[in-house]
Design a protein around this ligand. Structure first.
Ligand SMILES: [Zn+2]
Length: 397
C-alpha cells in the first residue's frame, strides 16, 4: 500500500469520539480501526502487538542498539463535525484557485491562507459535508509508511515503539496509556499542521469553578434585602482583566476564558479556563482570580464568592529543556535533509504534553493536515511525504 492508499483506507473508518464512557473508549468505531491497524502492524512484521480495553494499540519494531523511540498518533476524529461516510477527493496538481468541494461550497485561498503556498501540490479535500479525518489519520498513514519503508529498504534503525491512541479529541484517551508498556526513552506525536512545525511548548492549564452565593427575595419587596448572585457574577467577571481573553490574545499571551455561566438570584456558577505559557504568569493569574473574590466578599461582608482551581495540564517545554536530545534528534533530521523547520507554540494541550510529565518526553510533529475539525479540512500529500522522509531520517542509525 502507498501512503495515499493507506490514508484513504483509514479515513473510511468512522472513528468520531463522543461522550466519555466508563471502562472503554468513547465510541466502538475506534476499536474497529484498532483491530485493522493491529493486523497491518503484524503483516509488516512488528512484534509485541497488543491493545487494551480502551482500544490503545501498542507495538514494537526491533532495531539495533539500546535506544528506543516512540511514535504516536490518534485514531479518533473530532466530534465537532461528521466523520461518517467521508468522500475524499484527490487534487493531483493544485492550480492555486478556489476549490469547489460541492455545490456552492468552496475552499478558497483567500479565506484559508495556507492554500497560497500549495500550488503544484497534491491535495486531498472533502466533499464539503464531513471533516476529512486527516487529524490524525495522516499521522497514522505517515507512521505506517515509515515502518513499511524502513523494513523494505532494510535500513539500520533504532528500536521503535508505535502507539495508536483513542479519544484524543475529548482529552481522556491519554490517561489510559499504560506507561509500563512503553520502554522508549522519548517519543513524538505525529499530529498537526505544517510539516515544518515542531511543537515543543504548550499552555499550562488550570480550570476554575466560581460559585456566587446571593440572597433571593421577592423582587417586589427586595429593597435593601436582595443580594442578586447574577449581578455579582457579572461584577466578578468584569473585574478580571478585560483584554486577557481568547478573543484579544495570540501567540504566547495567556487568558481567562469564561466557558459557561448558569444560575439565578440565589446562586450562580461560572466555569473558566485559565491558560499561560509560563508557570509564574499562571500563578499570578490564579492570584488575581482569588484576590477579586476576596475583595467582593469583603465589600459584601460574607463569603459570597468561592473560587476552586483545578490543575489540568502543564507546558512540556520544561521537560524538553531537560532532555535536549529529543529536539536535537528531530532538528538534525530536518537539517540533514536540507529542510527548514520552525518551532510553534501550541495554544492548547497535547497528548504528548501529558506523556512528557508521565516520563515520556514527547514533542509534536506536523503531518500536512490543515483546517482540521471541519469540512474545509485538507491534507497536502507532498508534506505527508516530507514527514515520511524526516521520520525515517530520524530513526535510522
Ligand atoms: Zn489531532
Amino acid at each position: 500500500m502507498t501512503l495515499v492508499e493507506r490514508f484513504l483506507k483509514y479515513v473510511s473508518f468512522p472513528t468520531t469520539s463522543g461522550e466519555d464512557r466508563e471502562g472503554k473508549c468513547s465510541t466502538d468505531g475506534q476499536y474497529v480501526l484498532a483491530e485493522e491497524l493491529k493486523k497491518e502492524l503484524s503483516e509488516l512484521g512488528l512484534t509485541d502487538i497488543s491493545s487494551n480495553e480502551y482500544g490503545i494499540v501498542y507495538s514494537t519494531l526491533k532495531g539495533e542498539g539500546n535506544l528506543t523511540i516512540a511514535l504516536l498518533a490518534h485514531m479518533d476524529t473530532s466530534p465537532s463535525a461528521s466523520g461518517e461516510n467521508i468522500k475524499p477527493r484527490i487534487i493531483e496538481n493544485y492550480d492555486g484557485t478556489d476549490i469547489e468541494l460541492s455545490q456552492n461550497i468552496y475552499l478558497k485561498p483567500q479565506e484559508f491562507e495556507t492554500l497560497k503556498d500549495k500550488k503544484g501540490h497534491k491535495l486531498i479535500v472533502t466533499d464539503g459535508k464531513t471533516l476529512l479525518g486527516g487529524d490524525d489519520k495522516a499521522g497514522i498513514a505517515i507512521i505506517m509508511t515509515v515502518l513499511d519503508e524502513l523494513i523494505k529498504e532494510n535500513k539500520k534503525h533504532v528500536n521503535i515503539e508505535v502507539i495508536f491512541t483513542t479519544d484524543e479529541e475529548i482529552g481522556t484517551g491519554v490517561h489510559h496509556v499504560e506507561m509500563d508498556k512503553i520502554h522508549a526513552a522519548y517519543g513524538y506525536t505525529v499530529d498537526g499542521g505544517s510539516s515544518k512545525y515542531i511543537n515543543k511548548s504548550n499552555f499550562n492549564a488550570i480550570n476554575m469553578e466560581v460559585t456566587i452565593k446571593g440572597r433571593s427575595v421577592h423582587p417586589g419587596s427586595a429593597k435593601n434585602k436582595m443580594i442578586n448572585a447574577n449581578t455579582y457574577a457579572m461584577i466578578y467577571d468584569h473585574s478580571l482583566p478585560q483584554f486577557e481573553r481568547p478573543e484579544y490574545t495570540e501567540k504566547r499571551e495567556g487568558f481567562f476564558h469564561l466557558c459557561e455561566m448558569k444560575g439565578s438570584e440565589e446562586e450562580v456558577h461560572l466555569s473558566y479556563i485559565l491558560r499561560d505559557f509560563s508557570k509564574s504568569d499562571l500563578d499570578h493569574r490564579c492570584y488575581i482570580a482569588k484576590k477579586t473574590a476576596e475583595e467582593i466578599n469583603h465589600s459584601l461582608g460574607y463569603e459570597a464568592v468561592e473560587v476552586t482551581l483545578i490543575p489540568c495540564y502543564n507546558n512540556m517545554e520544561d521537560i524538553l529543556e531537560k532532555n535536549p536530545q529529543v529536539i536535537k534528534r528531530i532538528t538534525d533530521a530536518y537539517k540533514s535533509l536540507n529542510l527548514d523547520y520552525e518551532f510553534e507554540d501550541i495554544r492548547g494541550g497535547t497528548d504528548g504534553a501529558q506523556l512528557s510529565f508521565r516520563g515520556l518526553p514527547c514533542p509534536n510533529l506536523g503531518t500536512g493536515d490543515y483546517n482540521c475539525h471541519g469540512r474545509f479540512e485538507y491534507v497536502d500529500v507532498n508534506e505527508m511525504e516530507t514527514m515520511v522522509k524526516v521520520l525515517k531520517q530520524m530513526l535510522i542509525k
